[in-house]
Design a protein around this ligand. Structure first.
Ligand code: G3P
Length: 216
């Protein structure tokens, strides 16, 4: 499973990129506005730091506007992926752009049938929102594994990108459920590496090393 950061913050991206395990970035309008930067320039800077897929979202709601915006976004960098919402206009835009070789991430997916539509529209990624389903007392992680299973049965190529990730447990469940990628906030990415026994073990190793050195 590829590991993506769900942020538009350059400091966060640089910090995790240095770990050597960052496969891509997803942004959305809410994350972009927080940075108070020119959208295009920001996305281009992100695309220079991370060579994998970087999703940038259209804000038009109609097919024509989404196509115009998406086709422009697709020219910003080689690794940019155009993000559209899972609406009739989003599906239409996805179909046309994917025919032209543009990679599209269909976002705001909350059901297996929506994921089927995204795949039939030629989506490169579909983004099921785990946390927002959990918020309404439905199992978001279960949706991720159901979509992965349905794509396998139907031999559909669209990659499942688990999104709206709130906890390390969501990441683990996405990986075990067959997601192709998982995008998570900076805080959750950092939680993945932490374990109290790793810290305690390292502390003991180094203390033993130092005391042995001191005895020589
Ligand atoms: O990738 C989608 C994500 O940004 C939404 O997350 O936590 O706002 O539901 P959240």
């Amino acid at each position: 499973m590829q590991l993506f950061l769900d942020t538009a913050n350059l400091d966060e991206i640089q910090e995790i990129a240095a770990w050597g395990v960052l496969d891509g970035i997803t942004t959305n309008p809410s994350l972009v506005v927080k940075e108070k930067r020119d959208f295009k320039k920001l996305v281009q800077e992100i695309c220079k730091i991370v060579s994998g897929p970087v999703s940038a979202e259209c804000v038009s709601e109609d097919l024509e506007g989404m196509l115009k915006e998406g086709r422009d976004i697709a020219t910003w960098a080689e690794n940019v992926v155009v993000k559209v919402p899972l609406t009739p206009a989003g599906l239409g835009a996805c179909k046309q752009m994917s025919k032209d070789g543009i990679k599209v991430n269909v976002t705001l997916c909350f059901s297996v049938n929506q994921a089927l539509l995204a795949a039939r529209a030629g989506a490169y990624f579909v983004s099921p929102f785990v946390g927002r389903l959990d918020d309404i007392n439905q199992d978001g992680s279960d949706l991720v594994s159901q979509i992965a299973e349905m794509y396998h049965i139907q031999a559909l190529d669209t990659q499942v990108l688990a999104a709206s990730i709130r906890t390390p447990m969501h990441v683990q469940q996405a990986a075990l459920g067959g997601a192709d990628a998982c995008t998570m906030p900076f805080k959750v990415f950092k939680q993945l590496v932490s374990h109290p026994l790793t810290d305690a073990g390292l502390e003991k190793f180094l203390a033993d090393w130092k005391s042995a050195k001191a005895a020589v």
